[in-house]
Design a protein around this ligand. Structure first.
Ligand code: NAD
Ligand code: TYD
Length: 349
């Protein structure tokens, strides 16, 4: 089987590529990535020698490019992760989200439709999406696969649009599809614009840790390798045309999470208990900040027998260890454009 994985140089994609290349030597894995600020080939350096791995540098918004790689390689399946993924960037510059997440996804669907025409048997377009398409919850309730879409940020609106297009290509053209909508991921290779790696980076460097608003927004956190395992099981065993919610059964208020992270960092860095908590700084809230995300993964857990493999405390410790052991990775990605982004978002360097 020839599998095209898009966005494989990014955070989640890099773990999915690694899992497929290492676990399935009989598959040919192609990683298509534009290498935006969020894509980093360093994440997959050691895989470059593997015979069943090929990197393709390209942009999913470029339909002529997609046509050329589909013609050359006759892919059997696509796992689509390439996206603009950061909510704050979608507020300061929404058009990149419309181009990549909406247009890019439709380009890929069209490439599959054209190249798989009349021979859909055994083909699969697997679209990786987010729980943010469901909107924002109050204190009670969970997102299920039948929760109505109610996206509220440019990011979640662009992902919701892409989900609708994927389902439309299934219903109208018979394209074999699967979707999954996952909660917030954390773990190694996470770009330090997102809450957990940004906080690790700032705590380590003794810089203020920015918490938006009152810090009472709630997110459901899943260790990234558990998301990759879920994608593996859905890819192989999920029902065609179906959607699966993926979550960690692990809700945290942002402020509680950051306090726990500060305590873990104190311990790992040999600081006095409570020292890092002094860095916590409440800053202006995000525009339209969704209050709570929480996901019901019982369909995935029941039908496909998936479950998270680590507790949050274990996963967070593994994550902190990884960032402390990979200082070069962090230094490399936090130079250059990152500094400009940080200055624009937080008003300092
Ligand atoms: P990321 O930003 O770390 O990586 C995205 C990757 O896509 C990068 O390598 C980037 O270079 C590539 N890319 C961007 N635009 C491209 C284009 N036009 N053509 C080709 N490649 C392009 O994102 P992530 O956090 O790894 O998320 C991956 C997917 O999972 C996204 O679709 C996202 O919506 C979804 N998701 C993320 C989370 C999360 O918590 N991070 C949760 C649920 C779902
Ligand atoms: P983030 O990691 O950007 O993921 P998402 O917005 O997709 O959930 O943010 C997680 C939560 O942390 C979210 O409620 C916003 C908040 N947050 C902060 O409080 N400070 C920060 O500097 C960042 C980046 C996020």
């Amino acid at each position: 089987m020839k599998i095209l994985i898009t966005g494989g140089a990014g955070f989640i994609g890099s773990h999915v590529v690694r899992l497929f290349v290492e676990k399935y030597p009989q598959y040919q894995v192609f990683n298509l990535d534009k290498l935006t600020y969020a894509g980093n080939l360093q994440n997959l350096k050691d895989l470059e020698v593997e015979e069943n791995y090929t990197f393709l540098k390209g942009d999913i918004t470029d339909s002529a490019y997609l046509e050329s790689i589909f013609s050359e390689n006759a892919f059997d399946a696509v796992i689509h992760l390439a996206a603009e993924s950061h909510v704050d960037r979608s507020i300061s510059g929404p058009m990149a989200f419309v181009r990549t997440n909406v247009m890019g996804t439709v380009n890929l669907l069209e490439a599959c439709r054209k190249h798989w025409l009349g021979q859909l048997e055994g083909k699969l377009f697997y679209h990786v999406s987010t729980d943010e398409v469901y909107g924002s919850l109050g204190d009670e309730g969970l997102f299920t696969e039948s929760t109505a879409y109610d996206p509220r940020s440019p990011y979640s609106a662009s992902k919701a649009a892409s989900d609708h297009f994927v389902r439309a290509w299934h219903h109208t053209f018979g394209l074999p599809i699967k979707l999954s909508n996952c909660s917030n991921n954390y773990g190694p290779n996470h770009f330090p614009e997102k809450l957990i790696p940004l906080a690790i980076h700032n705590i380590k460097s003794g810089k203020p840790v920015p918490v938006y608003g009152k810090g009472d927004n709630v997110r459901d956190w899943l260790y990234v390798l558990d998301h990759a395992r879920a994608i593996d099981v859905i890819f192989h065993k999920g029902k065609l045309g179906d959607t699966y919610n993926v979550g960690g059964v692990n809700e945290w208020r942002n402020i509680d999470l950051i306090e726990l992270l500060c305590d873990v960092m104190d311990e790992k860095l040999g600081r006095q208990p409570g020292e890092s908590r002094r860095l916590i700084t409440f800053v202006k809230d995000r525009a339209g900040h969704d209050a709570r995300y929480a996901i019901d993964s019982s369909k995935l857990m029941g039908e496909l027998e998936w479950a998270p493999s680590v507790t949050f405390e274990e996963g967070l410790r593994k994550t902190v260890d990884w960032y402390l052991q990979n200082e070069e990775w962090l230094e490399e990605v936090t130079s250059g454009h990152y500094r400009d982004y940080y200055a624009q978002q937080y008003g300092e360097r």
